[in-house]
Design a protein around this ligand. Structure first.
Ligand code: NOJ
Length: 534
């Protein structure tokens, strides 16, 4: 029986370049995902996730590791081509494992046939697929907009004598969403994959889909620091989040609604300078609840303080029945265990997997993977140019399947595209599957509980204590199925209370289950999940 989206326990993000290499080129491929599919779902030992999201696997020159697509309807030979994708989809669906692809609607690669045509002359039929503007009278770009990867967002094109806009790298020209033909092209691409059986999309970089050209230059950023002129000196006020954004997103969710049981997750980062972060998320979240959601990225953008986490997730909890998507990380962010520490990351995992909606897990976070130092000769990420942005390679390193360094942790039998990193003796799948108190076994247990109890998926979210500086607490319930979640943010033991007797069914400190009365003690950085006795 195919699960509906509200019954899935989590989305697991695979960065295909780093999951498993089977052809010996040092880069992961789809055959590798098929080989490892039982790790994800289907066997007793599996992690037990219900959805995989694959970062882009489409034809691409790989200047931005696949986020620069040259053909939206084909699978890059680097990953194994379309036949291999069909096989992966088949194998996934056999296990009732949903497959989400990464839709990149804001920009294509400059190698896309549309862009090649667009470049050929000002009156080419594809010219308006991209955003072209005249230079100012002194030859400089039409406005001061900066690219999110550093430098001006405008690139001069000699042959046709105009600038084109790129919100990211110059090799990622922005598609012109104000052109209805472009929108139809993207909707047709969505339909193409939906008809193949793909279950949903993670939608990349939605915030620049609509721009406010009429408003002109972006305002100066009063907080930018010296050396960051190329990246942070202006606020992206007019270059993203334009007036048509929600309308365009609604059109995408309408396409999803033409089919049964499809789902979209939008990549959206709010900006403090534009008012309440929550209101910004909400505007996206409420477009089509149950069919599309925004990612909620607050866990890795909040300081380590129970009070702050409580506030952020009390707000999130108001969406309890709208399938919101809370995330602890992705391929653009420092690993959560590197950001906050190992014990803290484990506590956040228990928190995340007790929250409403569909948690998104970044591959390797279920092992406690850490950022890896990248030697100069391995450097890959082309975004490293902007002073405000660090190269992202260090959190995209290969999955660690076993402790065999000669075999590159079971990832590849030849030199991997990025290094494996340290602590391989214990930080790998095989070791963690055989260690009771490992990260892996905590994730596995929490995913099992989420599958078992509706209260954890779409039950109400509420609180029973005043906001505290030290512990975060929340309650989940669906009718009389009740859970209490407590997370100690301090390195001290803390005594606290819950409203009723219950049984600790998961803890970051022990694999034992035990009964508790109304009062209990939490160890340093301990998180627990209590099932209430009725
Ligand atoms: C967001 C993606 O997550 C990131 O990896 C990429 O570089 C940019 N969008 C541009 O597509």
């Amino acid at each position: 029986m195919t699960k509906s989206w509200r019954d899935v326990n989590a989305i697991y993000q695979i960065y295909p370049r780093s999951f498993k290499d089977t052809n010996g080129d040092g880069v992961g491929d789809l055959r590798g995902i098929i080989e490892k599919i039982d790790y994800l779902k289907g066997e007793d030992k599996s992690l037990g996730v219900d959805v995989i999201w694959l970062s882009p696997i489409f034809s691409s020159p790989q200047i931005d590791c696949g986020y620069d697509i040259s053909d939206y309807r084909s699978i890059d030979p680097l990953f194994g081509g379309m036949a291999m994708f069909d096989e992966l989809l088949l194998q996934a669906h056999k296990r009732d494992l949903k497959v989400m692809l990464d839709l990149v609607p804001n920009h294509s690669s400059d190698q896309h046939a549309w862009f090649k045509e667009s470049l050929s002359s000002r009156d080419n039929s594809k010219r308006d697929y991209y955003i072209w503007r005249d230079a100012k009278s002194d030859g400089t770009p039409p406005n001061n907009w900066l690219s999110m990867s550093g430098g001006s967002a405008w690139q001069w094109h000699d042959k046709t004598g105009q600038y084109y806009l790129h919100s990211f790298l110059p090799s990622q020209p922005d598609l012109n969403w104000d052109n209805p033909e472009v929108r139809q092209e993207i909707f047709e691409i969505m339909r193409f994959w939906f008809e193949k059986g793909v279950d949903g999309f993670r939608v990349d970089a939605i915030w620049p889909l609509s721009k406010n050209f009429a408003a002109g230059d972006n305002p100066r950023n009063p907080e930018y620091y010296a050396g960051d002129e190329d990246y942070g000196s202006y606020i992206h006020q007019n270059s993203k989040g334009g007036p048509k954004l929600c309308e365009y997103l609604r059109m995408m969710s309408d396409v999803a609604l033409e089919y049964k049981n499809k789902f979209l997750v939008y990549e959206f980062y709010p900006d403090d300078r534009f008012g309440s972060r929550f209101d910004q998320y909400s505007a996206i979240q409420k477009i089509a609840p149950g069919v599309s959601s925004t990612f909620y990225f607050e866990a890795f953008q909040t300081e380590w303080w129970a009070r702050k986490f409580q506030e952020k997730f009390n707000a999130f909890g108001t969406w309890y029945d709208q399938l919101p998507v809370a995330s602890l990380g992705n391929h653009d962010q420092t690993r959560i265990a590197s950001k906050f520490g190992m014990a803290q990351a484990k506590a956040l995992a228990l928190m995340q997997l007790s929250l409403p909606g569909i948690p998104a897990i970044y591959y390797g976070d279920e092992l406690g993977m850490l950022d890896v130092d990248i030697p100069q000769n391995y450097k890959h990420d082309n975004f490293a140019g902007g002073a405000g942005m660090d190269a992202r390679d260090k959190y995209r390193t290969p999955m660690r399947w076993n402790s065999d360094i000669l075999n590159n942790a079971g990832f590849s039998n030849s030199n991997p595209w990025l290094p494996i990193g340290d602590n391989l003796d214990w930080l790998n799948v095989e070791s963690e599957q055989n260690t009771d108190h490992s990260f892996f076994n905590l994730y596995k247990k929490m995913l099992t509980l989420r599958s078992e109890y509706v209260a954890l998926r779409y039950g109400e979210y509420s609180t029973w204590q005043d906001i505290s500086d030290d512990i975060m607490t929340f309650k989940r319930n669906y009718n009389d199925e009740i859970f209490y979640i407590l997370i100690n943010f301090t390195d001290r033991q803390i005594n606290t209370n819950i409203p009723s007797r219950g049984r600790v069914v998961a803890s970051t400190n022990t694999t034992d289950e035990y009964d508790i009365e109304n009062s209990l003690m939490l160890n340093a950085f301990e998180a627990i999940l209590v099932k209430a006795y009725q």
